[in-house]
Design a protein around this ligand. Sequence first.
Ligand SMILES: C[S@@+](CC[C@H](N)C(=O)[O-])C[C@H]1O[C@@H](n2cnc3c(N)ncnc32)[C@H](O)[C@@H]1O
Length: 379
Amino acid sequence: MSTYCFILGKHPELSIAELRCRYPNADVRRGGDSFALLDSEMDIDQTEFNHLGGCIKVARVRSESNIGDQIQILADVLSSHYQDSKLDYGLSVYSFSEKQLRPILMKLKKKLRADGIKSRFINKDFRNISAAQYKSIKGKGVEIVIAKTNKAFLIGEVVGVQDIDGYSKRDFDKPFRDMNMGMLPPKLAQILINLTGVDGKVWDPFCGSGTLVMEGLLMGRDMIGSDIDSGRVEGAKKNVEWLKNSFELRAVSYELFAHDATKPIDQNYDAIAFEGDLGLPHNVHIQLEKLDQIEAELDELYSRFFQKIKQMKFKGPIVAALPFFRLRNGQERTMESTVKKINELGFKQDSLTPGSSVPLKYSRENQAVGRAIYRFRLS
Ligand SMILES: C[S@@+](CC[C@H](N)C(=O)[O-])C[C@H]1O[C@@H](n2cnc3c(N)ncnc32)[C@H](O)[C@@H]1O
């Protein structure tokens, strides 16, 4: 059994919910404001970490210390990696000030020199290590994390870091992109899939350019994607073909076809996950007088979609990213009345955060339209 320290992304509650859903048998708990802890029998390495969208890095905890023992423990961990040639290492601190890095790194340097270990730290300006820096020492060096809980300092060795190059390649290099409809960031597509909490085949009924289908395939899942717009379905097919040539995929199957999500579908699947119609591109200013109309149309679309799912008697998890609107006065409007209708149809809303029924939100500060994430199940 190992304890892992996951450094959370920009939406920490969402990251924790993702961890809980992907590792339902592990004890996932908040360790500090920027990290979560998880005890697991399973080996979490870079390959496993690549299937998570919500965390920045993961470290296997090697030791717990109080402040006085830190340098000795850090030196012990680093010396276990030392093989006569120069050892490159980096150090990152979480839930306490990065200003502490300078004195720790200086003392550690002295200690390692005294122990006869030739080493070099790669921290730039005594700041935490970035994903790009980690990549530069991967295989020949090591990154250590110190994370402060309310009881102690945890010292861990980084075993996985967000694959920023892979995300950006999938986001920007795919052949079919359509900025008018808004596309899911690949990380969020991974989160939605993990939030289903099941391992099997996933259907995205509003697949657009196919982001969720692509990420599902990379995660080793069989996928179905459909969209009312046949042009987008053709685009999604091109994207998946490109993915197959550009990334290593396990032998998985997929189907992509044009389909109106408010009509029945004759397929088998274990979960539904989607980012549906958002009503507006992310970057436009919302005109209040038009918002009622947009919400009414979306309400109609989602009500009809859930009615059909009910008719099809699908009892599995449905993870839905529905739009929420940020008004110029800072107020946020979620699709509460639509969600109420979905509940009244008999779909129970799962609590993705224990004790809370509010949706988990994903948005960028400057965007007028964000995503509010729910998980429903027909009761
Ligand atoms: C925000 S986009 C989804 C984008 C997608 N997640 C991606 O990453 O490319 C919403 C999609 O819903 C589709 N859509 C709207 N109404 C639909 C309906 N009744 N049935 C199926 N798809 C629909 C649109 O054509 C559009 O592609």
